[in-house]
Write a protein that binds this ligand. Structure first.
Ligand SMILES: [Zn+2]
Length: 109
């Protein structure tokens, strides 16, 4: 099962994002500079999260297919882990902001 999208990024030519599932293994490739270097790129992550931003190919409906392909893969597990870490980071950010406010108030009393 293979799904392809064209995503308009900062280059003139849209990037090609390919998802391919073989058995329980899901691969995702992107032709953007980061993707070609085997590094994190927002294009694949965005689609994994159901995002349609920048997609210029005529298959927005296939984002749902990718979500289905994700089910039961090690990538899904890692994405869930990342999502939980993001929630924790958000919580920590709020605690830090509150502490800064408190310290500032204390310094002025
Ligand atoms: Zn990319």
């Amino acid at each position: 099962m293979k799904v392809e999208f064209l995503i308009q990024g900062s280059a003139i030519e849209p990037y090609k994002v390919t998802f391919q599932k073989t058995g329980q293994h899901l691969s995702a490739f992107c032709t953007c500079p980061a993707g070609m270097n085997g590094q994190y790129c927002k294009h694949r992550f965005s689609i994994f999260r159901g995002g349609t931003e920048g997609i210029v190919s005529n298959n927005l409906n296939e984002v749902k297919v990718v979500i289905d392909l994700l089910a039961g893969t090690d990538i899904e597990d890692a994405l869930i882990e990342m999502g939980q870490a993001e929630i924790e980071a958000e919580r920590a950010k709020k605690i830090i902001a509150k502490a800064k406010k408190k310290i500032t108030t204390l310094m002025h009393s």
